[in-house]
Design a protein around this ligand. Sequence first.
Ligand code: NI
Length: 485
Amino acid sequence: MRVRSYRQEQNRKVRRRKIAFWTSMVVIIGSIAFGATHFFIQHLEAAKVTVDTNTSEVYPGLNLKTTTKEAKYYTESISLALVEEKEINQTIGDWTHAEETNFISKVDDQKEELAAIEDKHLLPHLNIQTDTKKLADRIYSLELISEQVFNQEDQSKQYLPILMDLNTNERLDAGDFFELKEDPDNLHEIQEIIVEHILSEEGIANLVDESKAKGAVSNPEGWNLHTDLETVYFYFAEDELLANALGPIKIAVPMDELVYYLNPIFAEKLGIEIPEKVVQLDSDGKYVAITFDDGPHATVTPRVLDTLKEHNALATFYMLGSQIDYYPEMAKRVADEGHELADHTMSHKFLPKLSYAEIEAEIQQSNDNMEAATGLLPKSLRPPYGAFNDNVKAIAAEKDLPIIMWSVDSLDWKYRNVDSIHSRVMSAVHPGAIILLHDIHATTADALPGLLTALENEGYEMVTVSQLLDLAELEDIGPHHGIDY
Ligand code: NI
């Protein structure tokens, strides 16, 4: 997944050797110090230990190691999924060891009281289990859960989530899981989703401060995550979200909400198809559909697309089949950037003057060109000059293409002037409006940044014609002047 240069690899090796040296020094010194107290417990407890290691047919690459221990003052059962890869094993081993050390030192503090307990079932118990989710061949998400049970009131839990790809022997992090580099908006949107779930999490919803929640998710390098592909779990240490939490907090976020942000490389390994983002429209929202006719154009369309992207706005492009013929890559780019493709016929003829067969050919040819260039079919039809008759209606109905007009005319083709376009649109715009523009005039591209900013300032959100139609159908809001089927 991560590509490292030779030099990085060398640096890493040197670093690893240094780490290995200091780790062994710490272990040696630590053992001398720890041994003294530990020996005392070992000496008193006469522990009975059983260890069992099994390779798994269900989880290739994972070895299940089960340890049970009955000591004088405590019991333990530990099930770990170990792997060949040293660093991952080390992480699991270190965490388990820290949990056990913490547990035993707490037992040690209480051993006088514990000496009075005769029923070994009432002794403190350390239980470490591994919940293994197989995501794909040799790709696993593990959740290690450590529970220390001293008595009914005194219990605590800790988690260690580990995501790994044993095909490349790597532990995966948030950047492997999500696409955080290519699309910088993603990080912000994922953070918003996690924060929303933290703030509505049962039991802590009213206690968590929003700024604290935002702080806890600010750095994706610190995200601890686990998934079964239905749900993604995020883990926070006790003090990350609340001042006085009783333990770590695990937040569940449905994969449905996060699937749009998956790293495509990771998604492909898992066989997950990343769907197009679906905007949830709300009936009280102020939505407009911006439409561009007569393109795609070699120089204007790219400028329009850049501006739309900057404003995170979607638009609908009523393309001419004859233009797609010249600029198929531009049609593809429009589609790739999530905008809606729609039909403006093959060659911009006045349809009511044509025969039934000629109208059909005008629409079919442009649809064929669009499909060849983009793999997509148009979602609606806008007849040139807004002119149609019963034949056009019948053909459009047969091809399942609603006929879409407009409710705000910028007259950008007539007055090639930024101020004129701006004032005509802004004086007529209304919620549910369909705005007519043309991506073949440079002045239209010039006017777009100011127009989008003004619309945003008035609280409008830019959606596609189909989204507006769905909303009109569901919520019966409008007015959608000029829409006719
Ligand atoms: Ni036109």
